[in-house]
Design a protein around this ligand. Sequence first.
Ligand SMILES: [Ca+2]
Ligand SMILES: [Ca+2]
Ligand SMILES: [Ca+2]
Ligand SMILES: [Ca+2]
Length: 293
Amino acid sequence: MSIRLIPLVSLSLALVLSAGCTEKEGDGAAEDGGGDDGGDDGGDDGGDDGGDDGGDDGGGGDGGGGDDGGEDGSADPDGDGLTNDEEAALGTDSGNADTDGDGVDDGVEAAEGSDATNPFSWPGDGIWPDFSDSAPAAEGYERNDIIPSFSGDDQFGETVSLDQFSGQVMLVDFSAGWCGPCHMVAEEAEEMWESRREDGFVIIHAMIDDWSGSGSAGQTFREEWVAEFGLTFPVLGEGDITDALTGLGTTGLYEGGIPFMILIDKEMRIDSAYTGSGREDSIMGKTDILLNE
Ligand SMILES: [Ca+2]
Ligand SMILES: [Ca+2]
Ligand SMILES: [Ca+2]
Ligand SMILES: [Ca+2]
């Protein structure tokens, strides 16, 4: 089988060709949506007041502890940092720490300003969802295949895997710091994400190289990339990102050249691929179709 992945030598050549090409326009207004001051007092007063009043009824050991939790408005039986009264006000489940099942506890969602009853609403900026338990089994790298998950380290140094976002429409952008057209795409990315994020859309930047072409997208570079373009979605590097690109290359979906983007549907099937900048309109048009499926 012929692997049409662009060889590293070519990447280095491209680096030479693009070195010094540093024009970057305004860095895309990083509005991270405020709201962080929400449910402040969080976890500390958690669960302590639960069964404490049990003592007065003469210790009959009748184990009826379960029911008084729900009646005590200041109790936090599910340990998510929200009292029963707070959960009632928010419409969350006082017996379930993660009401909407997005992997982020109710108390954290309340504190960060995301919707604890909407699985497509999660804080971002390092607090990612985790739907990996319900991710489908991988098939391969052909169009319409369920893509094998891959992982990388995010801008906070934490390992993040693609299948954490299973159930959402994903745009994965393979980019590098030295690539001018990648900058143009990155300038539009945060706004694209913000426009659809609570409908179940996420953008993931899978960085294959840094500004200087060292061959790796390390922690310092990822932080700089995020700062440059004001990004609050996952920006990944290292891990097995290049394996995914190689896999896509074996099927011909990737023919070399970046930015290279794949749009993945809610079942993690590869829907379409896009190379180069200026593809935003067609990508968002297709995204809307996939979000409505
Ligand atoms: Ca609670
Ligand atoms: Ca809860
Ligand atoms: Ca949640
Ligand atoms: Ca949520």
